[in-house]
Design a protein. Structure first.
Length: 154
């Protein structure tokens, strides 16, 4: 069973990092524009602490929102784990909730945390970047709807 799922930027939404993390998987998309990804970098404490750093977070994660909604998040994880709902259905439902909905907000905040950790790893680890690129290139060579065990030239 894979431990990491790769994808391009089309596979990124406001909950994929969180959802895959809940099930012990790493979501490792290929970033094509690192400057754009830095606009999605958040920290757990005061962003002013990073004023002298080369990379600056754009905001602070609301950890309290995540803690307050833990019971609802646990219920969602159980529902997904029991396959009573698909990931796609969950995303569609979350997007129908109003922006201030506490569960929606908590899931999106948790996703910011996991995404920020991945972004920092991606920036610091050239091997991770190479592995993600190689995986995505392999997927592209294999083609959609073709034999998954056979790769085809580009």
């Amino acid at each position: 069973m894979p431990t990491a799922i790769t994808g391009d930027l089309h596979s990124v939404n406001k909950a994929n990092f969180a959802i895959l993390h809940w099930f012990g998987l790493r979501f490792e998309p290929r970033f094509t524009d690192l400057d754009e990804q830095l606009k999605e970098l958040y920290c757990a404490d005061d962003p002013a602490r990073y004023a002298k750093c080369l990379i600056h977070p754009v905001g602070q994660i609301d950890r309290q929102a995540i803690v307050e909604e833990k019971a609802n998040i646990d219920q969602i994880v159980a529902t997904l784990g029991l396959k009573e709902m698909t990931q796609g259905t969950l995303i569609r439902k979350l997007c129908t909730f109003t922006t201030p909905n506490p569960t929606r907000r908590a899931i999106f905040e948790f996703d910011k945390l996991i995404r920020s950790l991945y972004t920092l790893r991606y920036l610091r680890d050239p091997q991770l970047e190479r592995n993600v690129h190689r995986s995505q290139n392999r997927r592209l060579r294999c083609g959609v709807g073709l034999s998954p065990n056979r790769c085809y030239p580009i």
